[in-house]
Design a binder for this molecule. Structure first.
Ligand code: ATP
Ligand code: MG
Length: 147
């Protein structure tokens, strides 16, 4: 599915709509990968998902810390934690292991949003992910492609 989004507000509304479609599975964490160039809106999308599902803490880009974990207010989400990972600075799939990635994938209560999946693609092949790619169009519009 594809969608063209024209403003940041519309983009945040789209992320909110997407959030409502998410529910934990029985066996694995829910993994969402976010692809797109620098500044495409991967973090903006994550922030909107977090806000929609009841994270009250401010969500900032985890570029320097690689991973940040937020607790959900239980009223809004069936998940317990939102885990935001930025793989931009990683070089290979095994670098994700140091973040305990395989372990966090084994907890269905986790909602994981991962920016720059291309950097660690070999570590992700064994998992099912919902993929989102964000393309920047003229006039600050965005094309969102869901896979
Ligand atoms: N239509 C739009 N959709 C999304 N973001 C927009 C839009 N218009 C403007 N922006 C701005 O674009 C920027 C997107 O930055 P963001 O940090 O989300 O990018 P990113 O994809 O996470 O980049 P990085 O790879 O550096 O982590 C934000 O400052 C946001 O306000
Ligand atoms: Mg980002």
């Amino acid at each position: 599915m594809q969608r063209i989004i024209h403003t940041l507000t519309e983009f945040e509304e789209e992320a909110a709509r997407f959030s409502h479609s998410l529910a934990p599975t029985v066996k694995w964490a829910t993994l969402i990968t976010l692809s797109g160039e620098l500044g495409a809106g991967k973090t903006a999308f994550t922030k909107a998902v977090a806000r929609t599902l009841g994270v009250t803490e401010t969500v900032n880009s985890p570029t320097f810390v690689l991973e940040k974990i937020y607790k959900f207010g239980s009223a809004n989400s069936e998940f317990e934690r939102l885990i935001h990972i930025d793989a931009y600075r990683l070089e290979k799939g095994s670098d994700l292991a140091s973040l305990g990635f395989d372990e966090i994938m084994q907890e269905p209560e986790n909602l994981i949003l991962l920016e720059w999946p291309e950097k660690v693609a070999d570590a992700l092949v064994k998992f099912t992910a919902k993929t989102i790619s964000i393309e920047v169009l003229p006039d600050n519009a965005r094309k969102l492609v869901y896979g």
